[in-house]
Design a protein around this ligand. Structure first.
Ligand SMILES: *[C@@H]1O[C@H](CO)[C@@H](O)[C@H](O)[C@H]1NC(C)=O
Ligand SMILES: *[C@@H]1O[C@H](CO)[C@@H](O)[C@H](O)[C@H]1NC(C)=O
Ligand SMILES: *[C@@H]1O[C@H](CO)[C@@H](O)[C@H](O)[C@H]1NC(C)=O
Length: 195
């Protein structure tokens, strides 16, 4: 069992498991999204760590969450406005006949859309919100194309949909949980999220 954990912030992928550099900044390696010939997405340049028990895997989650918090304060954002992508890879070999089975579980925490006017966001906050909006609408376009069974699915329009490509189409099973506020003042956000 191994895992890689990424954060998508302002259209930049950050490796949450990269060892911090000497100056305390996160690892500066470029992370690029690639696919194997069998269509499995992998993060080239990102740290992939093995875990030999549930506790070890959980410790990796905690390490990544702490790293996410550091990068958020470094960019002077009070609230982390980013998407989180956690991928757990499982490989299992049958020792009798040597066959290898692989599985992948992606846990993606999407940041929500917010009405710019209401939060009074400006400058860098607005840029964050725009980038979140852009990736969420790209995700909406991919889901529409898949459910309409269109020949072309626009995965390449955003890094978010590239990273999620093997979790959305093909024989992947996808479960989406949408958290909405029951309050009437959040009606716009609720409708946007549901659409
Ligand atoms: C090897 O074992 C796997 C199950 O572990 C099975 O799916 C596969 O068909 C087997 N292959 C052969 C050649 O027996
Ligand atoms: C491993 O492969 C053998 C031979 O194909 C099969 O009899 C056995 O059930 C497989 N084991 C598992 C755990 O699938
Ligand atoms: C994000 O999208 C929603 C719905 O389309 C829109 O109401 C909101 O103003 C957008 N926010 C930004 C910062 O563009």
């Amino acid at each position: 069992v191994s895992a890689y954990m990424l954060e998508l912030y302002n259209d930049q992928l950050q490796d949450l498991l990269a060892p911090p550099a000497a100056d305390g900044a996160g690892g500066g390696r470029r992370v690029e999204i690639k696919r194997t010939r069998r269509g499995v997405v992998f993060a080239q340049g990102a740290e992939t760590r093995e875990a030999s028990s549930a506790q070890e895997l959980y410790a990796l989650f905690q390490q990544a969450s702490a790293q996410r918090h550091i990068s958020a304060t470094k960019m002077n954002v009070e609230s982390s406005r980013s998407h989180l992508i956690v991928c757990v890879l499982v490989e299992s070999r049958n020792l009798t006949n040597g066959s290898l089975s692989t599985g992948k579980l992606s846990l993606v925490d999407l940041d929500g859309s917010e009405r710019a006017a209401k939060t009074g966001a400006k400058d860098h906050q607005l840029r964050e919100a725009n980038s979140i909006n852009k990736s969420l609408s790209a995700l909406g376009d991919v889901i529409s194309a898949l459910s309409a069974e269109l020949p072309h699915v626009p995965y390449r329009n955003s890094k978010l949909t590239q990273v999620m490509q093997d979790s959305l189409g093909g024989d992947a099973k996808t479960l989406m949980i949408v958290t909405v506020s029951p309050s009437e003042t959040s009606l716009d956000e609720t409708l946007t999220s549901l659409v």
